[in-house]
Design a protein around this ligand. Sequence first.
Ligand code: UD1
Length: 416
Amino acid sequence: MGNFAITGGNRLRGEVEVQTSKNAVLPLMAAAVLTGEPVRLRRCPAIADVRNMGEILTGLGCEVSREGEDLIIDAGPADRCEMPTGPAKELRSSIFLLGPMLGRFGRAVVAYPGGCDIGLRPIDLHLKGLACLGAEISEQGGAIVCDGRKMRGGLVHLDFPSVGATENIMMAAVRAKGRTRILNAAKEPEIADLQAMLNRMGARVYGAGCSTVEIEGVEELHGVEFRPIPDRIAAGTLMIACAMCGGEILLKNVIPEHLSSLIFKLRESACKITLFDDKIRIAANGRPRNVHKVETSPYPGFPTDLQAQYLALLTVGEGTGMILETIFETRFKHAAELIRMGADITVRDRIAMVRGVERLHGAEVRAHDLRGGAALVLAGLVAEGETVVRDIGHIDRGYERLEDTLSALGGNIRRT
Ligand code: UD1
């Protein structure tokens, strides 16, 4: 999988163009199956999750190609409604294909999905939602078999505002006859982005970004060229890096509103942040001040996908801090690795308590998942001496050459 070797101590300085959102792109790739015409996603990030999703689509018979930074998916030739198991096991987002496959073919067979090992991550809400639209779902030999021939619009109430379930149900409903309402829908910006693209393809979806999403079924969708939103998690990771290392960076291609929960926390930590239409400038000097309590929650709350990186910040901040992880059960694997670098962290169930230390020291640590891996990189950038982060394949799933981005800002990091 490869390693990152990082020598800590450099301040960060410069400008950086933020990548396109991984969590927006993956469902958009799945949505391409809803039409027989080509879908072009502009500036699609070159990350492992996108490659994996591309392989799954190819396995369904789609033609997937790159043209510069753009990704083109032509689902015209798609003729299989059984998802290939190999790559699907790697990628939790493969479950997103359920809705579009039902919408297009009226039938879907998928394996139980993989992805980051950060807790239970069941798919019951996805399946219950599809059942509310009339899909008949059964389990056969470890695979989920869905028959969507009798699907029509329906009323869905989600017990929890799951991002993936909301997106899946939206995609299943766009071609189902009649009206669908999703209550207690997730409000993440990636869902509004999915609505935007679906509507450009001829769908009639309203309300994404609010807790009720309505879908009026249409007969057919057509191709589209679409530029997805910037990656708020990649941007947030770089902001936290700057808060930890000190210095001043300008992030280009961001939507500041999508980062408001982090911006408020970082301002409390004494960072100077200036917001522009599509840029954020952040400056930090000296040790960050620890904020007493951070609780992860659905958007617009503090994102669970920035929890690990924020924990890394707390380890070197002044004072004590606490994180309550409410979304995933076991998302603190990075804490044990940070402790190897000299961090003072106590984890009890879903709570991490941190006493900031003056300095971390370099160590050999292991990435267990995508965001936890990024947190170790950030810790390495401020630690004394050399840090080696192993198993960086997890990091490559979601960050486009993170080492190049950080080196360009003055960080001392290389891939070995
Ligand atoms: C998406 C993001 C992921 C982010 C997460 C939470 C993508 C590709 N991934 O993941 O990066 O960390 O949102 O913001 O967009 N749950 C159930 N049953 C279900 C589905 C979910 O109980 O059927 C629970 C999960 O166990 C978890 C919570 O709901 O506790 C949130 O999950 P969900 O919002 O679905 O996350 P994902 O869509 O997997």
